[in-house]
Design a protein. Sequence first.
Length: 72
Amino acid sequence: MVTFWPVAVVSVNPEEDTLLTVPDDPPAAGPDRALDPPPLELLLAAGELLLAAGELLLVAAEALLEVALTIP
């Protein structure tokens, strides 16, 4: 037994003359897209730095695991 009336749903369609908030065409290539890619030496140095940081994190994680295994 239903003790209440169902809610009336009103569906509103957007109007066709609503202005868009995004451009139709993507922006043209600006000066930031015209920059040369970074030199290979810089990329290699960054990769070596990331590798060293990863090794340091691995050593720290192993040390934490050893300490965790000694906790009764």
